[in-house]
Design a protein around this ligand. Sequence first.
Ligand code: C2E
Ligand code: MG
Ligand code: MG
Ligand code: MG
Length: 280
Amino acid sequence: QSIVGSKSLLQLYTSEISREAENKAHLEKLIEIALNQDAFYLLYMPLYRASSNKIVGVEALLRCSLPELYSLSPEVYVSVAEETGLIRDIDLMVIEKALTDFSNFELYEDLTLSINISSKELLDTSFVGHFEERVLKSGVSFEKICLEITETFLLDIDCTCINTLNEIRGMGCKVSLDDFGTGYTSFQHLINFPADEIKIDKGFISGIKSDQGYSVIVDSLFLIADTYQYNIVAEGVETKEIYDFLVDKGCDVFQGYFISKPIPLEGVVLLNNKIDKDGL
Ligand code: C2E
Ligand code: MG
Ligand code: MG
Ligand code: MG
């Protein structure tokens, strides 16, 4: 009986794996179609600075107009693209689109532009050249740009990664360590990572009020940021309660639904006017 049992379990397991593979292959095809049809576009998540009471930057977030991908989180197809190598085309496409949107926007002088790239790019020695070429073509100054890297693959950060990060910073761009606090980054790791900014993940932020222990961790994070001169951005701030808590802790830059959902770049004008008039 146990043999029968394990056989059916095995069958279940193999069919699960093949379904997953099918799903991945399907997504891969859709990503290729989207790239070919130019179906990807960007929305922008505002960065709000409390001490100046205004939007000081935007983060480009990938969206896709293909019906099959429209309602999927970019996280899903970005991770498939990372496995298949398509991520390189996506990242360069996003960089190009973001720079074009940004340089055409009337208020871009007042804003910084954050772009997410896969940490896989850090292992690609040709990435920096491609990036630099696109920035020079756009006329946007390097100082306005911040590249955000999620910690997932950085567990075994090596020399190539560090070199790439230092090259990016050498051009004048900022580097941000995205999604800090829920993934793999240890404090040791943080200290060795050549970044200008740390973004505290929304998973961490949303837990703040329900757990007293968070308060202590937030304090140590700000202490480290102070010592190692990282800017801190709190991401995924959804309520006034959490916003106030973080302001109290000395946090100055915020992203999240409490400030705004991702919007078209032009929406920043309206948002700034509204904040100016009514506050947050
Ligand atoms: P991320 O870079 O950490 O982006 C923040 C994500 O959190 C965005 O989801 C944003 O819409 C969401 N978010 C921000 N504030 C709130 C909030 O208050 N509440 C809630 N519920 N969500 C909030 P999105 O756009 O689905 O992106 C997910 C992830 O996909 C990004 O995480 C990033 O890792 C990746 N991604 C997005 N765009 C790109 C891109 O152009 N290139 C690459 N390589 N990855 C991208
Ligand atoms: Mg990001
Ligand atoms: Mg992320
Ligand atoms: Mg994040």
